[in-house]
Design a protein around this ligand. Structure first.
Ligand code: 7TS
Length: 420
């Protein structure tokens, strides 16, 4: 079965989403957990994989596998074509100008660290400043702190209001002649806030400062056009967009990537090596040392085919309907606080319950097969901002249904009954 055969049925004649048909593509959703149908609401941590992508991985392993970029034999050429073909799919998906602006990494964290090592260490020095926001995942804080410590640079932080929206007036005030980089998340994983990144990029560019976007929570859920945004770097992971683990992307403008130093040395990133001198390969290969996760890259290409055939706009609309429905239902619940009430919000519902620890909420929900994440979501500064140690978080994706939201709400009633 290929992606297109399923998709013919997944979109109804009026253009609407047939969520039941889409669910049929995801074998794991048929699981029972504790005797109840699985209700998977932990998509911000990692999403599930459709059969089309699983089949593609099996086809690769059974009929196409060899190392890439180095063989003249059939299998190596087949694997290379598939892997490089997937890079072109990514280019088209994010509307990058050129495929060489698309670098394979291990995931968002790896992509952000690559910018820190390749760009930050070369162009950020003592007394320089990096702007991040209060909404960042640790992956977009810690690398910059490491750089600051090494170089004597400084982090500046864009604050947010009680709804979890960044304060843009404060953002504008942070720029000065020492500002070297803005590194912000496109969508907050802990609150779901969609940041106004296009405007934020325009502001940074007025000051001649490049912008790195952490797109881990945006790219699975909405159309992203890197040329329209005019971002300088964009980082994301395949496993949050129905793809495999172990692979992600760093998009970068070619002119910046060419100026950057490679992060890791080894095979594939060189043109020539003598004991006196190594000449580096051209981009993107300069940043891709060693045998890459070939299967995962090819799987990412198939994932993009799958998402595109459904339509990113339709996916975004479906998730919007889910978050609106869930938010309305949660507003009716006594002693439940929604954390993160931005006007522009993706499908993330973080909440606390008076008198109940989020871990207990998650444990009781799990008894009925409902999977949510509890904790600080690797965004401790967000928790500090809201004066809480943790939340429970439901995060939606294309295969979730209104009746799964009902199951979540029923679970919350059960928690309340148990805790009084
Ligand atoms: N940035 C954001 C905004 C994220 O949400 C995550 C993962 C990362 C970076 C790191 O991605 P990775 O693929 O390199 O691990 N966020 C979450 C989450 O919310 N729950 O588990 C992982």
């Amino acid at each position: 079965m290929n992606a297109s055969s399923s998709v013919l049925h997944a979109i109804k004649p009026d253009g609407a989403f047939d969520v039941e048909r889409i669910r049929a593509d995801f074998p794991i959703l048929k699981l029972k957990v504790n005797g109840k149908p699985l209700v998977y609401l932990d998509n911000a941590a990692s999403s599930q994989m459709p059969q089309q992508v699983i089949d593609r991985l099996v086809r690769y392993q059974t009929a196409e596998h060899a190392n890439i970029h180095r063989g003249v034999h059939y299998l190596s050429e087949t694997a290379t074509a598939a892997y490089e073909g997937a890079r072109v799919k990514v280019q088209r998906f994010i509307n990058a100008k050129e495929a060489r602006e698309v670098i394979y990494t291990r995931g968002t964290t790896d992509s952000l660290n690559l910018v820190m090592h390749g760009y930050g260490r070369a162009f950020i020095g003592a007394g320089d400043e990096i702007i991040v926001s209060q909404l960042e995942h640790h992956s977009n804080i810690v690398p910059w702190q490491m750089l600051c410590e090494e170089k004597g640079a400084k982090l500046r932080v864009i604050p947010c209001n009680d709804a979890g929206e960044l304060l843009l007036d404060e953002y504008r005030k942070l720029f000065n002649s020492h500002t070297r980089l803005v590194a912000v998340t496109h969508v907050s994983n802990a609150l779901g806030t969609i940041n106004p990144v296009k405007d934020m990029i325009a502001t940074a560019h007025e000051h001649g400062v490049p912008v790195l976007l952490d797109g881990a929570q945006a790219i699975p859920h909405m159309k992203v056009d890197v040329q329209d945004l005019d971002c300088d770097f964009y980082a994301f992971s395949a496993h949050k967009m129905c793809g495999p683990t172990g692979i992600g992307i760093l998009y970068g403008k070619a002119a910046l990537l060419e100026k950057m130093k490679p992060f890791e040395g080894g095979g594939d990133m060189i043109l020539s090596v003598t004991f006196e001198k190594t000449t580096y390969n051209v981009i993107p290969h300069k940043f891709e040392a060693g045998t890459p996760p070939i299967a995962a890259g090819i799987g990412l290409g198939e994932t993009i085919d799958y998402l595109e055939s459904l339509g990113m706009d339709r996916i975004a609309e479906h998730e919007h309907n889910l978050i609106v429905y869930a938010t309305e239902a949660f507003k009716e619940l006594k002693d439940v606080r929604i954390v993160g009430t931005a006007r522009e919000k993706a499908g993330v519902l973080s909440f606390t319950m008076k008198g109940v620890h989020p871990h207990d909420v998650g444990t009781i929900l799990n008894e009925d097969g409902v999977a949510v994440r509890t904790g600080h979501h690797c965004a401790q500064p967000v928790m500090q901002r809201f004066g809480i140690p943790a939340t429970a978080r439901a995060s939606f994706y294309l295969y979730n249904t209104m009746s799964e939201v009902d199951a979540l709400v029923a679970g919350i009633h059960k928690v309340r009954k148990i805790f009084g």
